[in-house]
Design a protein around this ligand. Structure first.
Ligand SMILES: CC(C)(COP(=O)(O)OP(=O)(O)OC[C@H]1O[C@@H](n2cnc3c(N)ncnc32)[C@H](O)[C@@H]1OP(=O)(O)O)[C@@H](O)C(=O)NCCC(=O)NCCS
Length: 195
């Protein structure tokens, strides 16, 4: 999928391949030093090496997608079917984790990433756990029609800061999320087309 942002920058969204694993790791290292990033690796303080990332890309039910701008990874979205109970018992639910490089935030790129992520799976629901301090991520999910299902106090231990984190669980009908993402892309004058 090709994304043309309002400012004219073009970003390509695609399934990650072996050749993307180094760029993906580099992108995650940037997020590692970003105090406004709340990915799981922000709580461990380290990211996996490219070979480990590549082997995880091939796990069944997991979809790893990258956003590329001028050959650089500027965003990613990981979508996993059957996140808690496996694909056999939970084929209708997919969990998402995502991020966008700081210079692409506020452009609408994240809505294209989520729309592309949704298109990879045939589930009824999408879900995400979000740190209760991650205002931007919660705003994105709420704008996409997701509902806050639970506030999970002290659900995760941040090993870097040695403190418990509260996570908020969001779920949404995938169809609703897709139509809201399309509306948001139109509102932000972001054009998308197949690549
Ligand atoms: C989370 C993330 C993907 C959101 O993408 P984004 O491009 O920043 O999202 P938006 O600019 O659309 O921001 C969402 C909304 O949050 C609100 N917002 C922005 N900054 C905010 C702040 N500091 N406090 C509260 N709300 C804020 C705004 O309403 C904004 O939308 P608008 O400016 O279009 O009205 C991106 O910020 C990111 O990559 N963060 C680091 C990685 C991360 O934490 N990932 C999430 C893991 S669950």
């Amino acid at each position: 999928m090709l994304v043309r942002l309002r400012d004219g920058r073009e970003v390509r969204l695609k399934r990650a391949e072996r050749g993307d694993s180094e760029g993906l790791v580099k992108f995650w290292r940037e997020l590692l030093t970003d105090p406004t990033s709340f990915r799981l690796f922000n709580y461990t303080g380290r990211v996996s090496d490219p070979d480990t990332v590549f082997s995880r890309m091939r796990e069944s039910g997991s979809y790893w997608l990258v956003a590329l701008h001028q050959g650089r990874v500027v965003g990613d979205i990981l979508v996993k079917v059957g996140p808690q109970f496996g694909q056999h018992l939970q084929p209708h639910v997919a969990e998402m984790a995502y991020g966008t490089a700081s210079e692409f935030r506020g452009t609408g790129l994240i809505y294209a990433q989520i729309l592309f992520g949704c298109s990879q799976v045939d589930t009824k629901y999408m879900m995400a756990y979000v740190d209760s301090q991650n205002e931007r991520s919660m705003a994105v999910l709420q704008r996409l029609g997701c509902e806050k299902r639970a506030t999970l106090e002290e659900f995760l231990l941040d090993r870097v800061k040695n403190q418990y984190r509260t996570l908020v669980l969001f779920t949404c009908l995938k169809k609703k999320m897709e139509s809201e993402a399309e509306s948001e892309l139109k509102r932000k004058l972001v054009e998308i087309r197949p690549f």
